[in-house]
Ligand binder design. Sequence first.
Ligand SMILES: Cc1ncc(COP(=O)(O)O)c(C=O)c1O
Length: 357
Amino acid sequence: MITSLRWADVDLGAVRANCARIIAHLTDGSHLLAVVKADGYGHGAVKVARAALDGGATGLAVATLEEAHALGSLVPAEQVLVMGGLTIDQARSASAGGWCIAVSSRELAAALRETEEVVPVHLKIDTGMGRFGCSPAEAPGLARFIGDSSRLRLAGTWTHFASADSDDAMTRAQFERFIEAMATFEVDPGRRHACNSVAAFRHPEFGLDAVRCGIAIYGCEWPGMRPALALRSVVTHLKTVAAGATVGYGATWKAPDKRRVATVGIGYADGVHRARSNRGHVLVRGRRAPLIGAVSMDAVTLDVTDVPGALVGDVATLIGPDGDEQITAEQVAEWSNTISYEVLTSIGPRVERRYSE
Ligand SMILES: Cc1ncc(COP(=O)(O)O)c(C=O)c1O
């Protein structure tokens, strides 16, 4: 039997508990839509979606039609929102799935209208993100256009915050623009939703009918949440190097004195960003071992001089707990000059996902 060199332990119980915690934080009447795009932020979309629903989520959100399709019959199709932008051609085939489709323009709405089925749509208003969405001024007309069509049903109206983590004034202004735009609708806006995780945490009063939480259900970026994923690999080689010896591509690390160096079987092809070269730690035997040298495609190297008894075969924890120590995705993000979202979604297909409750 071949055992994996690299794996992610995914704790579905954590996802369930995190969802329940988010729901407890929301104002009455606000539902949780669990965002499971990008294969459930790298955790495995179907498993995570099931756990989130068990934890009280009443809907799921994905970015693409393929992702919606991959959810199969986990929930009635109308409980799945496809948030991403679609091409006109895609719109023509989108109706068959029965999912709620995000609409940002009259062209897309018109294309959806050409289909056989009645398509539930969520009208997106751009209140400051500048990405998808119609302008607040266009929104009432587009809502009427949707409402007037026998092939479309306005199931929801939504917006997305640009800086909910860093700019309260902007978030509040976006929220007000959203509410003002809907106040001019001549039709029922359907389910109104605006918040992502950080907005739901900081502004439960902006919860409206639903919030769309991703990162928090995975246990990140929300105080007190349980991280759902641990990323692990194995020490495949150990050596003692003399003072002055270099390690890795570019010889960017030089031993200051005699050192014990461990090679671990996970690299940038698995989501350990190259920006982490010579930065941060990996846990071995419950100790923090500095990552030394450049990250390779399939391996990283650690200074395990201060890890007593380190052996080939030892588990190396890149994210998650080991003994009394813990490395979070947020910490890894800092070392990698990125955000926890990218750390999680970069975990590659060679990393086996192992699930526990
Ligand atoms: C439109 C939209 N809503 C909600 C989310 C979930 O955001 P978060 O993971 O910060 O909760 C995302 C994620 O990128 C998104 O693009």
